[in-house]
Design a binder for this molecule. Structure first.
Ligand code: HEC
Length: 110
């Protein structure tokens, strides 16, 4: 019996550390992107939507990543209807990949 309880605790510990360590694209999106792009990537008066966005759906991860880490402002802007540009974000490694995966899941909506 003691052994069983011990194994249960061990399994819980593994499950917990697993979820705590994995980069969470949805959480990063909520914290850093949702204010401008909308909680569900539906777009706002400040920034374009990701839902149904061809750039998100068809681009290579590297091209999406470039926009996120270098930003897109001034003459480089694609959407003249939004007053502001895309501010460059300090994201890298697993966090950056996780956010791109999340953008793609939003892009696939609609
Ligand atoms: C302060 C507002 C703001 C924040 C915060 C913001 N963005 Fe943007 N983003 C914009 C604007 C405005 C554009 C459109 C730029 C243009 O005209 O090309 C944009 C464009 C983009 C594009 C290109 C979309 C396309 O259709 O070409 C991507 C990708 C993007 N943002 C990702 C992100 C991610 C990921 C985050 C969070 C880590 C984020 N943005 C945070 C304002 C923001």
């Amino acid at each position: 019996m003691k052994k069983l309880i011990g194994m249960g605790i061990l399994a819980l510990g593994v499950a917990f550390s697993g979820s705590a360590l994995a980069a969470d694209g949805a959480a990063i999106f909520k914290a850093k992107c949702a204010a401008c792009h909308g909680a569900d990537g539906q777009g706002t008066a400040m920034a374009p939507a990701f839902q149904g966005n061809a750039f998100i759906k068809d681009s290579k991860d590297a091209d999406i990543s470039a926009v996120i880490t270098t930003g897109r402002d001034g003459a480089a802007k694609k959407y003249k209807n939004f007053a502001i540009g895309m501010p460059k974000q300090t994201l890298a490694g697993d966090d950056l990949s996780a956010v791109i995966t999340h953008l793609k899941s939003l892009g696939a909506k609609k």
